[in-house]
Write a new protein. Structure first.
Lengths: 86, 514
């Protein structure tokens, strides 16, 4: 059993180590950019969503409320945090 | 590590909080007449309470101490679990998934998966979640009792019984409504308590800049303590690849898109819009969580960088800095975190077993009041079970192993579970057989990887705790097999898909729209 487990581990380790080597080559600044691009892409997606999916009326209110500014604020907060702490 | 004894003012604050919280829960239970009232609060919950309840349910009492302890060792990178691990996926969940869950009028997420796929997928999901939630109850009760013993000197057995009875009482009487409104109160208390610890800690550290400089001056091993993105070859279990791909792309979405104890309160929201709004509100609140829970752990380094056990970090800060009276507020926050997690777990475990097992397989067509009675009986049974399980753990020699086993079982399930939700809601071509094959193959992959990692002569992964990567690989295998098998099997009829798949209006209507 131990031999079988070691054999499988050795096989899986080959692509695993290759991927690890590849990711080690990515510089820190590029990694930070990937994180920020992720939040920025979500921000663009949120801001371009159709109104029908983001607006609604709460009980007791007459005017519809748009949720996009709140989602955008949370994502902009993330962009600022990841820019500051990395 | 026992804290200075609490004074009368501290006890008065804690007891006042407990009375208010439990009284509110019991008061809200007086109008419950049906199972829908009990399990979904009659679909009457407002966005603000749901949002606060989600945030506070996500944080247990052991997390308050554990997060600070991890931050003491690893630094602000621990904040990733609340930032990239929550905020983006909460926004996606609110806009993409919640509308379909809410509109389908289900009580549980496995029930939704049953509607979309088949009873096999529903039952496997329900049993795994039901088992996890039931065991987690005992673990939370035990772990918190140990912490009370460590910090306050209270007996473990007494703490287990008192907390289980008090929480069980208002959850049994008030159901989801009591859980959500008491959670909202607990959210305020918890955030206030932790914010006070942060500001008092910063004051003692000499302000923000002095705090940062002191930590940096401690030596080269602390150079990454203010870095959220750590290199791939870091010694910590949080390299950026694991955080982005394992946490951000798999574990976090699996948790927020499929965790019954989080999503149940959204299913009980007044309207689809309020359910969406609760997620945006929750995402905004989540921004503050690492500031008030992670940063205090780092602050401890400024006055005691040589603590033997990381979990003593926060108790040390509290003992050394908090004045009388404020200690009581912090312990009220600690109790709030305990109560909000245990009540959610209790209520969700009861809902899952009633709706997905009892009603589905044993007694399907009874009056809704019957399921209310069964729900209450099961809540009582789970309370007793939680107490017994907690006592059983306390009698074990290797207590940490049972906690790790339960957590590992959940992490093994996360990748395949996410594939079910993603392909189910986002791709109309996913079939029930494809989903079932994907789920089972994902579970086999994650279990296999864990076994190989633990038992191979040389561990498979180069980091000690590879759960982020196991989740990622099981997700990928499950996703590929779900897609392949779905394409090889006949597509599901339109009447099974409309209303459950994102923007899907039927094959003819979709073609016309194109």
């Amino acid at each position: 059993m131990q031999t079988l487990i070691d054999a499988i581990a050795n096989i899986l380790r080959v692509p695993g180590d290759y991927l690890r080597e590849l990711t080690l080559m990515i510089p820190h600044s590029a990694a930070r950019t990937i994180f920020i691009l992720y939040f920025a892409a979500l921000l663009v997606w949120v801001l371009t969503m159709p109104k029908s999916e983001v607006c609604g009326v709460l009980p007791g209110k007459k005017e519809p409320i748009d949720l996009r500014p709140y989602a955008a604020a949370a994502l902009i907060g993330q962009i600022m945090i990841y820019s500051l702490f990395s | 590590m026992q804290l200075a004894a609490l004074t009368g003012i501290d006890y008065a604050m804690m007891i006042g909080y407990l009375v208010l919280s439990i009284g509110l829960g019991i008061y809200l239970g007086k109008n419950i007449k049906t199972g829908k009232d009990y399990f979904l609060a009659g679909r009457s919950l407002p966005w603000w309470a749901v949002g606060m309840s989600m945030v506070v349910s996500d944080i247990g009492a052991i997390d308050i101490v554990g997060i600070a302890g991890s931050a003491y060792i690893y630094g602000i990178v621990v904040g990733n679990y609340d930032w990239i691990g929550c905020i983006p996926v909460m926004i996606i969940c609110g806009f993409v998934f919640i509308p379909y869950f809410w509109r389908s009028e289900v009580y549980t997420i496995p029930e939704f998966l049953g509607k979309r796929f088949n009873v096999g997928v529903r039952t496997i999901s329900a049993v795994i979640w039901g088992f996890f939630l039931a065991c987690n109850l005992g673990i939370m009760l035990y772990a918190t009792a140990v912490m009370m013993n460590t910090m306050l000197g209270w007996g473990v057995g007494v703490s287990i019984i008192i907390s289980a009875v008090l929480i069980g009482l208002y959850t049994l009487i008030g159901g989801l409504k009591a859980v959500v409104y008491t959670d909202a109160l607990q959210c305020v208390v918890m955030m206030a308590g932790c914010t006070m610890v942060l500001f008092i800690g910063l004051y003692h550290a000499g302000g923000v800049f002095a705090f940062v400089n002191t930590v940096h001056d401690l030596g080269v091993e602390y150079k990454d303590h203010f870095n959220l993105i750590l290199p791939v070859d870091t010694d910590s279990p949080h390299p950026w690849t694991g955080i982005l791909l394992g946490l951000g792309m798999v574990l976090a979405p699996a948790y927020w898109f499929g965790n019954q104890s989080i999503l149940q309160r959204c299913l009980g929201a007044k309207s689809e819009f309020e359910a969406k709004a609760s997620f945006m509100w929750g995402a905004l609140l989540k921004i503050a969580i690492p500031m008030i829970m992670v940063v205090p752990g780092i602050i401890v380094l400024t006055h005691n960088p040589n603590i033997e056990q990381a979990d003593f970090a926060l108790p040390t800060l509290i003992r050394d800095t908090l004045p009388t009276g404020v200690l009581g507020i912090f312990f009220a926050a600690f109790l709030a975190a305990l109560m909000s997690s245990v009540d959610s777990c209790l209520n969700s475990a009861s809902t899952l077993w009633v709706k997905d097992i009892y009603q589905r397989f044993f007694v399907p067509n009874k009056d809704d009041r019957h399921y209310l009675v069964i729900g209450r009986i099961l809540t009582l049974i789970f309370t007793v079970w939680g107490i017994l399980f907690a006592f059983w753990i306390s009698g074990l020699k290797d207590q940490e192993s049972i906690y790790n086993i339960i957590q590992t079982i959940l992490s093994l399930f996360q990748g395949p579970s996410l594939v079910l939700i993603l392909t189910g809601v986002l791709w109309s071509r996913t079939t029930g057989i494809g989903a079932l094959v994907g789920l089972v193959s994902g579970l086999i992959t994650s279990s296999g990887l864990l076994i190989i990692h633990n038992y191979a002569t040389v561990p498979l992964f180069q980091i000690q705790d590879p759960f982020l990567f196991i989740a990622l690989w099981s997700f990928l295998v499950s996703l590929v097999l779900t897609i392949v098998v779905s394409l090889l099997t006949p597509r599901e009829p339109d009447e099974k898909l409309v209303g459950l798949v994102y923007r899907y209006k039927g094959r003819n209507e979709n073609a016309n729209a194109d």
